[in-house]
Design a protein around this ligand. Structure first.
Ligand SMILES: Cc1ncc(COP(=O)(O)O)c(C=O)c1O
Length: 399
């Protein structure tokens, strides 16, 4: 089965308005199938999880089903899938729980490439525990972050390293597998922000060597909530604050309060949707991997044209040029504020905002201050016509 973008586009009612959406890195549009699955759960007989009534069993099936769907998406154990309100929320929760074991003089490593959700929770938790924060920079020209950059900040006191799977502004994909090896050699844990990587590549958390891996379904066609996965044995060793009557079982003890069943159903539907993008293999994990390989290849081709088009415009500066990247461009136009470019494009029906996109450290590190630059990211529903409209819009505002 091949990837057919026009078939995919027909599933997205939002595209009927004629907008070219390049703001997928901020959240993708949603296919009809996901909206329907959520509505169906909202209005079906459902109550708290249990096994006595049909309504209880339905809530249970939705939850267990969503954990399995995430396991098929990420290549992890379904018993280690933790649902949260957002990735930010989950990271704050884990940072506080893990920091209970940190002492004065212990060290935590964060990067200047990461979204602030994988920086500030660690900086603040370290501060509260008296631990030291060590910073990993990245190459300002290429935007690459290497294992040597990470290694330079490791020591015998390192407790945890937080690193992104892909930068949500520059697209950089650090080599997680080699970074994980270095982190584990130092006896530390690796917390990976996979929010921007997950929509663009086949994911294998075990192969990456990530101890924790976070992602957000609203970046891959699903609803607005967050996920962090880890091995159940690792979760067993972490003791978070929780209510007295709530279960101590893993992963439930990390999911404070009642889960949003309609969101979980939406996430399962989004993963089923991804699985069907370009594969009819017999099991869902294989379908996900095949489809994501096809998405990666499709987006790579389209992105090459986007880069070529932007590079051909006088006055456009593309920030970073990493070898391994997601199809996400971060650029400035000489003599124009990012906001002007953003508004000009919006008036032409092309959505590509300008901001630091919460990658605040990266924006400052690049000398772009807090204003950042314009970001154009591809999604599987982006077509060649969208890309030409973006290039034409930028060319006009650059005149
Ligand atoms: C790379 C990256 N990490 C983390 C987040 C935060 O995700 P959430 O909104 O689920 O907290 C985002 C959101 O834009 C992101 O792009």
């Amino acid at each position: 089965m091949t990837f057919d973008v026009e078939r995919v586009r027909r599933d997205f009612p939002a595209l009927d308005e004629g907008i070219a959406y390049f703001d997928g890195p901020g959240g993708t549009q949603v296919p009809r199938q996901v909206g329907e699955a959520m509505a169906q759960v909202m209005t079906s007989g459902i109550s708290n999880r249990g096994q006595v009534t049909a309504a209880e069993r339905r809530a249970d099936e939705v939850t267990v089903g969503a954990r399995q769907a995430v396991a098929d998406l990420l290549g992890c154990d379904a018993g280690g899938v933790v649902f949260a309100r957002s990735m930010t929320q989950a990271t704050y929760d884990f940072s506080r729980a893990l920091a209970k074991e940190w002492d004065e003089g212990d060290e935590v490593v964060v990067t200047r490439l990461d979204h602030d959700s994988n920086v500030r929770p660690w900086v603040q938790a370290a501060g509260a525990a008296g631990a030291t924060v060590r910073w990993v920079g990245f190459n300002r020209e290429t935007a690459e972050l290497t294992v040597d950059d990470v290694r330079g900040q490791l020591s015998g006191r390192t407790k945890l390293v937080a690193v992104t799977g892909a930068s949500n502004v520059l697209g950089t994909r650090p080599d997680l597998t080699v970074i994980a090896e270095a982190v584990h050699d130092a006896g530390a844990l690796l917390y990976v922000d996979g929010v921007h990587l997950t929509p663009h590549a086949p994911i294998d958390v075990a192969a990456f060597g990530a101890d924790f891996y976070g992602c957000s379904p609203y970046k891959f066609f699903g609803p607005h909530h967050g996920i962090v996965v880890a091995a159940p044995e690792l979760l067993e060793r972490i003791h978070n604050d929780k209510l007295l009557p709530s279960t101590d079982a893993v992963p439930e003890r990390f999911e404070l309060g009642t889960l949003p069943y309609e969101m979980l159903a939406g996430t399962t539907a989004a993963i089923d949707y991804i699985a069907g993008l370009a594969s009819d293999a017999p099991d869902r994990r294989s379908r996900v991997l095949e489809s994501m390989r096809a998405v990666e290849e499709y987006e790579e081709g389209l992105f090459a044209r986007l880069l070529e088009g932007l590079r051909g415009i006088d006055g456009v500066t593309l920030h970073g040029d990493p070898k391994r990247r997601t199809p996400t461009a971060f650029f400035s136009v000489a003599g124009r504020e990012g906001r002007e470019v953003y508004e000009h494009l919006a008036a032409a029906g092309v959505n590509a905002p300008a901001s630091n996109f919460y990658a605040l450290e990266a924006s400052r590190w690049l000398g772009l201050g807090d204003a950042g630059a314009v970001r154009a990211g591809l999604a599987p529903y982006t077509n060649a016509d969208d890309v030409e409209r973006l290039i034409a819009g930028v060319a006009e505002v650059a005149k």
